[in-house]
Design a protein around this ligand. Structure first.
Ligand code: HEC
Ligand code: HEC
Ligand code: HEC
Length: 428
């Protein structure tokens, strides 16, 4: 995410020079703040309880901990998650109620402005790595609940790490330019009890799924609304299309999506790469009704046929098949059937179905550490094969898998494998 929008920042910075005196834009777009929905000074115990519970749900649904927890201690609000971009490194900030290092002196209005409009007190424009381009539609009621919950968490006395951005990206007015071009004005979502409407709010606003799953515009690298959730390669992996047609095509059903979001694994596969932290900090901790609402919205409640083992397309590569049988079948099965709770099936796995083989290549190169998923699901180790396979062999193997289980042609060349490896290494 960081990488793509930062290129947009580059385009915006160039424009900023053209609009000589772009400085005047500094801090001009903070948006109007809707009035608080509660009187914080007069909260009864019951009202407080309701707000506190909702606040935690907003925090989980918004996946705030993915970027604001400490990578060292795991403290959820301490900050320090690095976001590496070609223009430098940025860190998630301390959002605990520490008065010195966190947001202990902030009002609920301040929090609304930061989350919905990307503007911190002192008219400080936040970098769009903080996904306010999605949060801009958050309801004021949800921010009020979030504020109540945040202010009751333990203060963490850890200083923020200064961002290490290079010129001109270290000047926040360049960010204001990006905002003027790309950030929709903060405007509350029209929420209702309807499951599909709640699902849309959870997917688009709190879950900010489109930040990874929508392609970006070439001009400013903003999320491209005209290709909403159509898939994007971002930070060295592909976040696949999530439209109802695409989900149906890859064998998803509403119930399997619920299973995937709650446990991290379903017949269609296991969460990997950036999606793992979405599982860890967000979907596995959301109320089941919310996860169902997301699945209802994504599938539009359509009946979908579910996983089906696709027939191989044309002649599959014998070299690829031999590699698979020699290296992989011991865990994933000769027919790709997998082993329950231990290693995932390949026969119904979506990874071989994606238009790009980048995730397949990356998983095979890097392997996956043994890990706990959620709700008691766990996975054993998948070994890494980066040093064991040439680009040629990788192409044979990937082609065999894509043809056998992906319904894709086996046309990936060794040169393309090398390109994908470069993209993966650049993202680190
Ligand atoms: C994808 C990563 C990401 C997610 C998710 C995210 N943030 Fe942020 N947030 C950041 C980054 C990076 C910054 C620092 C931006 C900067 O320095 O301009 C930031 C800044 C902030 C700030 C400003 C702090 C200050 O001292 O100026 C607040 C408040 C904040 N985030 C709250 C939240 C809340 C609440 C959520 C969940 C609803 C959230 N963030 C989700 C990355 C994220
Ligand atoms: C020792 C057992 C083992 C071997 C050998 C093995 N894998 Fe895996 N593989 C796993 C496990 C376990 C996972 C799930 C890991 C996780 O997500 O935590 C996995 C995950 C995967 C995934 C990701 C699936 C998804 O849903 O995202 C792919 C693709 C894959 N393996 C392909 C291969 C290929 C190709 C080979 C041979 C080169 C191979 N594996 C060898 C155990 C193994
Ligand atoms: C930080 C980037 C990021 C965010 C945010 C994100 N995803 Fe993903 N997602 C990915 C990547 C990368 C993959 C591919 C790896 C995998 O399958 O786990 C993926 C995979 C998926 C899949 C599996 C699709 C398939 O066919 O295998 C689903 C479903 C999904 N995401 C839904 C969501 C939803 C819903 C949200 C918002 C709540 C979301 N994602 C937010 C990066 C992201």
């Amino acid at each position: 995410m960081a990488k793509t929008w930062i290129k947009g920042l580059g385009a915006a910075a160039v424009l900023g020079v053209l609009v000589a005196g772009g400085m005047y834009l500094y801090g001009s777009a903070s948006g109007d703040v809707p009035p608080a929905t509660v009187d914080f000074a007069k909260l009864g115990p019951q009202e407080f309880d309701t707000l506190y519970k909702r606040g935690e749900q907003v925090f989980r649904g918004g996946d705030c901990a993915a970027c604001h927890s400490s990578p060292q201690t795991g403290a959820e609000l301490a900050g320090g998650v690095p976001m590496v971009t070609p223009m430098g490194t940025l860190y998630g900030t301390n959002i605990s109620p520490s008065k010195e290092h966190g947001i202990g002196n902030w009002t609920a209005d301040d929090l609304y402005r930061a989350v919905a409009a990307g503007m911190a007190p002192g008219r400080k424009n936040l970098y769009p790595a903080m996904p306010y381009a999605s949060y801009h539609q958050i309801t004021r009621a949800d921010v009020d609940a979030l504020w109540v919950w945040l202010m009751k968490q333990p203060a963490v006395e850890v200083a923020n790490k200064p961002s290490e951005m290079s010129f001109p990206f270290n000047i926040r007015p360049a960010v204001a330019m990006w905002n003027v071009l790309n950030r929709p004005a903060a405007k509350e979502f029209d929420i209702s009890m309807d499951e599909l409407v709640r699902g849309k709010y959870l997917v688009d606003v709190l879950g900010h799924c489109a930040e990874c799953h929508s392609p970006r515009t070439k001009a400013t690298f903003a999320m491209d609304g005209s290709h909403y959730l159509e898939g994007n390669t971002i930070e060295g992996s592909y976040a696949p299309a999530l439209t109802p047609d695409a989900l149906s095509e890859r064998g998803w059903t509403k119930d399997d999506l619920v299973k995937f979001f709650r446990t991290g694994v379903s017949p269609q596969g296991v969460m990997t790469f950036r999606m793992s932290s979405v599982l860890e900090h967000s979907t596995s901790r959301m109320p089941e009704a919310d996860v169902r609402a997301m699945a209802a919205y994504l599938t539009q409640n359509r009946e979908m046929p579910g996983p089906k083992v696709k027939a191989a397309e044309g002649q599959t590569s014998v070299k690829g098949e031999n590699l698979y049988l020699g290296l992989c079948a011991g865990c994933h099965g000769a027919q790709g059937q997998g082993q329950p709770h231990s290693s995932v099936p390949m026969s119904t796995n979506t990874t071989a179905m994606f238009p790009t083989p980048i995730n397949l290549i990356r998983v095979i190169r890097e392997g996956v550490h043994e890990r706990d998923l959620a709700q008691g699901e766990r996975m054993q180790t998948m070994p890494a094969y980066a040093d064991k396979l040439s680009n040629e062999e990788m192409a044979d193997l990937v082609n065999y898998m894509r043809q056998t289980w992906g319904g894709r042609p086996g046309d990936v060349s060794a040169a393309q494998v090398a390109e994908h490896v470069k993209t993966i290494e650049h993202s680190k």
